[in-house]
Design a protein around this ligand. Structure first.
Ligand code: ATP
Ligand code: MG
Length: 567
């Protein structure tokens, strides 16, 4: 491909709409353009990289015996009504009507549709197990689209669904996809962790996420030297016992003006955050509940939603807080409160702690559970934190890091096959329900994750396997015929050898060309400059900028072997 004719609008400036390196670089390198919040177009260079990623995913699926098909993005409401998800998806679902006023959505995911397809096409146990997949566009009206294609509202996902006759079969299908995912992410050159993930309130028997380690990742991963590795949404906590053996003191009400937050209270009372128990109020599908965690801890909303079976969980509004406590925000507590009180296990081990008094400007000191209030339920409702005892080995301390979720594998069970009445006939001619697994890869998110892990101050450094082009040939001075001629010869030769090659035949200054080549991150650059008269060129690897002068034929051979070794 000739850069003189290529749609490659590179930018020198960092676009202000982009906060993180991958988003900035994808805009600057002319890979994508924004159309609306969370909605992007892929320009030729971006699409080329996206297709490479897609093909890596496709190859790993095909080599693990998954069958590709393609479903519509426009999906009728009925299927989602059968599963209950027409409601569950809430505002995240893009909905539309046809001319006859029938309801549709733009598919946010396809469990229902694959289940229905199997229901209509698979009759006998002899056809199972079966894993089907597609690489297709998904639509989710995210609450906070951000970071470019990392969290967008239209994105490409590979979604696969396995159908088995028993749990053992599901374990095999799941392991098969696990292996396929490892193969795909390894091929993309990603550094990732495989973490235990939340399976939701009703959901299945196991789930893992593939997390690309990155400071900009929205997920927090807790890990330990013993091998424990879990999304904090899921990680079980070991309660710390600070003073459970202390004698109970007499409860007293204290005047705490302008002390609504734990920080303000710590300052005002001159004590440690660990001697407080926070009471947070939530609205769970319309019902107000209180949750208590130690003053220095955070409520884990996933654990809370799972316990409550809540679809929609939000912090209660100031009005709702007032209604439940008769006090302004910041003074809620368990003593005398009229709503259910869920208590984190750690709080149940605390003695003589401080809580809000359900009266504006007041707290209680020396509160004790059982004596001063009764919990509705005691359980694990907090986030695990750095320094906590590991819940697996109970020995070492927990560390955390951030991750970008690029893949998710999930043992679903019969949730959808039951809901959509999908059955097959077993060897005795009896109707049975297939057991499902589902497996997703955020194909477009992978592209950003790769760039997040593989870039430097000058631009993207594509791993060869996903690079949109392998080699860029740069005639340094396009007015010099010798240089142009040699560059064209190298370009033709590489093209003939099946290398994806660009030639920068633009009439630009060398500096501009080099900067663009660095920005778009092509793994090998061949500069054809003054040495052309002696058939000498410069061979430069983008990664590490290792440069060698060699003959044009040596450069062609070096490029071919470097690309073939790494692709
Ligand atoms: P998240 O927690 O990031 O919202 P999810 O749990 O909703 O992800 P799944 O429903 O499991 O995601 O979807 C499978 C994969 O699709 C995810 O692992 C992720 O890589 C990708 N994905 C999900 N939502 C988005 C999005 N808004 N933009 C881009 N990729 C996404
Ligand atoms: Mg999501």
């Amino acid at each position: 491909m000739r850069l003189s004719k290529y749609l490659l609008p590179t930018l020198r400036e960092v676009p202000s709409e982009a906060e993180i390196p991958s988003h900035q670089l994808m805009l600057r390198a002319g890979l994508i353009r924004k159309l609306a919040s969370g909605i992007y177009s892929y320009l030729p260079l971006g699409l080329k990289a996206l297709k490479k990623i897609e093909n890596i995913v496709r190859d790993s699926m095909d080599s693990h015996d998954a069958q590709e098909l393609l479903m519509s993005a426009v999906l009728p409401k009925e299927y989602f009504e059968d599963s209950g998800r027409w409601t569950v998806f809430g505002p995240e679902m893009f909905r539309l009507k046809d001319r006859a006023d029938r309801d549709f959505c733009l598919g946010p995911t396809h469990e229902e549709i694959f289940t229905d397809t199997v229901k209509n096409t698979v009759k006998s146990y002899k056809q199972l197990p079966m894993t089907l997949y597609q690489i297709q566009t998904k639509y989710r009206d995210e609450r906070r689209p951000r970071f470019g294609v990392i969290r967008s509202r239209e994105f490409i996902m590979k979604d696969a669904y396995s159908f088995d006759t028993d749990e053992k079969g599901l374990d095999v299908s799941y392991q098969n996809m696990y292996d396929a995912y490892k193969e795909a992410f390894d091929k993309m050159g990603l550094e990732y962790l495989i973490v235990d993930a939340d399976s939701g309130a009703m959901g299945g028997s196991g789930s893992q996420e593939f997390m690309v380690k990155s400071d900009v990742g929205e997920d927090t991963i807790a890990f330990c030297s013993c091998g424990f590795c879990s999304n904090i949404e899921k990680a079980a906590c070991v309660a710390e016992d600070l003073n459970s053996k202390d004698d109970e003191k007499e409860m007293e009400k204290i005047y705490t003006p302008n002390s609504r937050t734990i920080e303000e209270l710590v300052e005002f009372l001159g004590t440690d955050a660990k001697s407080f128990a926070k009471t947070l109020l939530y609205n769970a599908d319309g019902k107000i509940v209180a949750v208590m965690v130690r003053g220095d801890r955070e409520v884990n909303e996933t654990k809370l939603a799972n316990y409550l079976g809540a679809i929609d969980l939000e912090m209660a509004s100031p009005e709702e807080v007032f209604e439940a406590t008769n006090a302004q925000v910041g003074f809620a507590g368990p003593v005398g409160i009229k709503v259910d009180v869920l208590v984190d296990s750690e709080v149940s081990l605390m003695k003589n702690f401080v809580v809000g008094a359900n009266e504006t400007m007041y707290h209680y000191r020396n509160v004790n559970m059982g004596r001063d209030f009764s919990p509705t339920f005691v359980g694990d409702f907090r986030n695990i934190e750095v320094g906590d005892v590991c819940p697996k080995c109970k020995n070492d301390k927990i560390q955390t890091c951030q991750g970008i979720e690029v893949g998710h594998i999930f043992k679903l069970g019969t949730k959808y096959t039951d809901a959509l009445k999908c059955t097959y006939l077993d060897e005795n001619g009896k109707e049975q329900t297939p057991i499902m697994g589902c497996y997703g890869i955020g194909v477009s998110r992978c592209m950003a994750a790769i760039i997040e892990q593989s870039s430097d101050e000058n631009g993207i450094v594509w791993p060869v396997s996903v690079a949109p082009y392998h080699v860029i040939v740069v005639p340094v001075n396009t007015k010099n015929e010798e240089q142009v001629e040699l560059a064209e010869k190298i370009y033709d030769e590489l093209k003939k050898k099946g290398i994806d090659v660009l030639i920068d035949d633009r009439n630009e200054r060398a500096g501009v060309k080099f900067k663009d080549a660095d920005l778009i991150g092509i793994p090998v650059r061949i500069n054809v400059g003054k040495g052309a008269s002696e058939n000498k060129v410069e061979f430069i690897k983008r990664k590490g900028y290792e440069m060698t002068e060699m003959s044009s034929q040596e450069a062609i051979d070096a490029a071919i072997s470097y690309i073939n070794e790494n692709r």
